[in-house]
Design a protein around this ligand. Structure first.
Ligand code: ATP
Ligand code: SF4
Ligand code: MG
Length: 336
């Protein structure tokens, strides 16, 4: 499938007390047309910074050090500001965790969705209002016509997130970047919003990059997964393959905390991996995961593993995987 969004070797640093701290290290990630890709990892692993870098929304203290981001082959990092502003909320829709911050409390939801339509399409007010009704209907705010004049405070958190999704869809985007879109919602509503994203993806042919710290969420939603740890992608591949035979010890640790595997856990808390992720300003030498890895070898403390292929569409950043992949397909069973 042709890549819609392509992130290649993206490295980003933040200036903290006069020092540049690396927070993304050679991140590569592809999202194909109509694809549903999950980006998962613990808090602080660099998921949001990846999204913000793609959208060119890094704060002034953050800087892209190297790498390339393209959207339909167009270089996003080199795009003039005006073209990038059109791209954001245009071809690339964005949904963040807290829907309230994306909505203005003093305007009705119908007005706000209609304004989102008018921001990207040349239509008059009445056409925009009709389009807002269609979009609210699409995200199952019903009966849409009667809800147009509702104000944000009249809606629940889940309904507000639906309105935000309707606003993101107003520009008929090709890609939706959703950063923890359901973390502020309770579990039942989370499932409804994920169902909606999945439905929109298949109905509209939309590509979705779903960012979350919760593997249970991506398990049933995403076709492809990328796992982040300490600013790097440490494993990627088709979701089913990763759940079936994760190669990287970190992914395997994450998987033991997923409720669907029947292990005891507190939702969203990664109980199974002892220790804490490293401070980006004080990364351990060698493999960043080595202080927490149950399979650590002497080499891991000295050298940094590269992301190597370990199957079709798969990659893992671990010396063990590289060694087993070199031995041939029969040896993969040992690491699953
Ligand atoms: N403005 C900033 N200045 C300095 N460091 C920052 C800044 N924003 C983020 N970072 C650092 O960058 C790293 C990645 O942060 P990021 O917000 O991308 O994590 P995340 O994976 O999205 O985590 P969460 O699941 O908590 O949202 C963290 O170590 C964070 O402390
Ligand atoms: S390279 Fe070594 S420390 Fe890193 S994940 Fe693999 S086995 Fe563990
Ligand atoms: Mg984040």
């Amino acid at each position: 499938m042709r890549d819609l969004l392509s992130i290649s070797d993206l490295s980003v640093a933040f200036q903290v007390q006069g020092r540049w701290i690396p927070v993304l290290r050679e991140v590569s990630l592809q999202v194909g047309e109509g694809d549903f890709v999950g980006l998962v990892g613990e808090s602080g692993s660099g998921k949001s910074v990846t999204a913000l870098s793609v959208l060119r929304l890094l704060p002034p203290t953050g800087r892209v050090i190297s790498g390339r981001v393209t959207f339909r082959g167009q270089d996003l990092l080199g795009l003039p500001d005006t073209a990038m502003r059109k791209m954001r909320g245009g071809r690339i829709g964005i949904i963040f965790q807290e829907p309230k911050t994306a909505l203005n409390p003093v305007f009705s939801i119908g007005f706000q969705v209609a304004e989102a339509v008018r921001a990207h399409r040349r239509v008059g007010r009445s056409r925009a209002r009709a389009e807002a009704e269609r979009l609210l209907d699409l995200v199952a705010i019903s009966p849409a016509r009667e809800r147009l004049d509702d104000y944000p405070h009249q809606l629940s958190g889940g309904q507000l997130q639906r309105v935000v999704i309707a606003m993101a869809l107003a520009a008929e985007p090709d890609l939706l970047i959703a950063d923890e879109p359901t973390s502020a919602l309770d579990v039942t509503v989370q499932a409804q919003i994920l169902d909606l994203l999945r439905e929109l993806q298949s109905r509209l042919g939309l590509a979705v990059l779903l960012i979350t710290h919760d593997l249970a969420i991506v398990a049933e939603t995403c076709k492809h997964l990328a796992v982040m740890y300490a600013g790097q992608i440490v494993e990627e591949g088709p979701t089913a393959d990763l759940f079936d035979s994760a190669a990287h010890p970190y992914t395997r640790g994450l998987l033991t905390s997923v409720p669907i595997l029947g292990r005891p856990t507190v939702r969203g808390k990664l109980l199974s991996i002892p220790g804490l992720a490293p401070d980006p300003g004080d990364l351990p030498r060698g493999c960043s995961f080595h202080p927490r890895c149950s399979e650590v070898m002497e080499r891991c403390r000295l050298d940094e593993p590269q992301l190597g292929s370990n199957g079709p569409g798969r990659g893992s950043r671990c010396f063990l995987t590289a060694a087993l992949a070199a031995e041939g397909p029969g040896s993969r069973r040992e690491i699953s």
